[in-house]
Design a protein around this ligand. Structure first.
Ligand code: R1P
Ligand code: URA
Length: 291
C-alpha cells in the first residue's frame, strides 16, 4: 500500500496529527464534537476523570471517562471546511499507521456525535428545543471534492429539495444520513427528528439580511414549507451534512444533535443559550452509556 508523503499525512514533532495535535492513544472510540472550543470543558465537566487535554488553533480535545466509557470531546470551530480537517484527522488516528504512514489493513469505526447549536425553521419548535438530524443537506461544497454514491432514497429527497428550493439549483447540494443505530438511541421524546440544512455561512447563506442583500430572499420560507415523504426541514447550521458525508465515506457512525438557539420563524433568540446547551449536553450524555 502507498506510503503517505510528509506533505499529505502531516504529523507534528510529537508524531501527532497536524491540526488536532492528537496521537492515536489520546483519542477514545466515542467522540463528541462541538463547534465552540469553550464548550469542550462544559462536556468534560461531566467526565469522572479527564486523562488527556490538548489544544491547537480552534481544536481543543479532552479525553476521559464517564464510568467505564472512554470518551473524547473535540471542538471543530465553525464550518464544514473544518469538518474536512477534523473527520480526516480523527479517521487517520484509527485507520492510518502513523509510523509506517500507510492505511491499516483492518478498519476501525468511530462513533461521532455532534452537540451543536442551530437556527430553528419551524414555528412549533421553540428556542431551546433539541433537534436530531435524520439527514443533512449540504449547501456548502465539501462532499463534491470526494468520490461518493448517494443511495436512491436520499437522491429522491435531494431531487425534491432542489425542485422546491431555488438556492438548491444554484449551489448543487449534497445529502447524507445519520447512522441508523445512533439515531434509534436518540429517538426519545427529548429530541425532535428532522432534516438539517448545512450552510457555508451564518448570514446570507442562512437567509439573514443585515446590510448585504441575500440572493435568495425566499430561502427561509422555502425551507420551512418543504415536506418529503412526511419529513420536514427543522433547522439550519454549519457542520452536520459535512460530518454525515465524511463519516459515511470513512466508515464512521455519526449523529448530530442541535439546540435551537434562534427561532427564525418567530424572530426570537434563546433567553439563556448557555443553559439550553447545558441541558442538551446532559440529555445527550444520558443516552451514551452502552453506545
Ligand atoms: C454559528 O454560530 C455556529 O453555531 C453552530 C453552527 O453550526 C456554527 O458552527 O454550531 P456550534 O454552536 O456547535 O458551533
Ligand atoms: N447556528 C447557526 O448556524 N445558525 C443559527 O441561527 C444559530 C446557530
Amino acid at each position: 500500500m502507498t506510503v503517505l508523503a510528509a506533505s499529505e499525512m502531516i504529523l507534528n514533532e510529537r508524531g501527532a496529527v497536524y491540526h488536532l495535535n492528537l496521537r492515536p492513544e489520546e483519542l477514545a472510540p466515542l467522540v463528541i464534537t462541538v463547534g465552540d472550543p469553550d464548550r469542550v470543558k462544559e462536556v468534560s465537566a461531566h467526565f469522572d476523570r479527564v486523562e488527556w487535554q490538548t489544544a491547537h488553533r480552534e481544536f481543543v480535545t479532552h479525553t476521559g471517562y464517564i464510568g467505564p466509557q472512554r470518551i473524547s470531546v473535540v471542538s471543530t470551530g465553525i464550518g464544514t471546511d473544518n469538518i474536512d480537517i477534523v473527520l480526516t484527522e480523527l479517521d487517520a488516528l484509527v485507520n492510518i499507521d502513523l509510523e509506517e504512514r500507510r492505511v491499516k489493513k483492518q478498519h476501525t469505526a468511530l462513533k461521532i456525535i455532534r452537540m451543536g447549536t442551530c437556527g430553528g425553521l419551524q414555528p412549533d419548535i421553540p428556542t431551546d428545543g433539541l433537534v436530531v438530524s435524520v439527514f443533512g443537506i449540504g449547501m456548502d461544497n465539501l462532499l463534491h471534492f470526494y468520490r461518493r454514491e448517494t443511495p436512491p432514497e436520499e437522491q429522491r429527497l435531494l431531487d425534491a429539495f432542489t425542485t422546491h428550493v431555488s438556492a438548491g439549483n444554484a449551489v448543487h447540494p449534497y445529502i447524507a444520513g445519520a447512522d441508523s443505530g445512533l439515531l434509534e438511541r436518540f429517538g426519545e421524546k427529548d429530541f425532535i427528528p428532522g432534516i438539517t440544512v448545512t450552510c457555508p455561512g451564518f448570514y446570507g447563506p442562512q437567509g439573514r439580511r443585515i446590510r448585504a442583500v441575500p440572493a435568495f430572499p425566499d430561502l427561509q420560507e422555502q425551507l420551512c414549507s418543504f415536506v418529503h415523504e412526511g419529513r420536514r426541514i427543522t433547522n439550519f447550521e454549519m457542520e452536520t451534512a459535512g460530518i454525515y458525508g465524511m463519516g459515511r465515506l470513512l466508515g464512521h457512525a455519526c449523529l448530530s444533535i442541535s439546540t435551537v438557539v434562534a427561532n427564525r420563524s418567530s424572530g426570537t433568540f434563546s433567553a439563556d443559550g448557555r443553559k439550553a446547551v447545558k441541558r442538551m449536553i446532559e440529555r445527550s450524555l444520558a443516552v451514551l452509556p452502552g453506545i
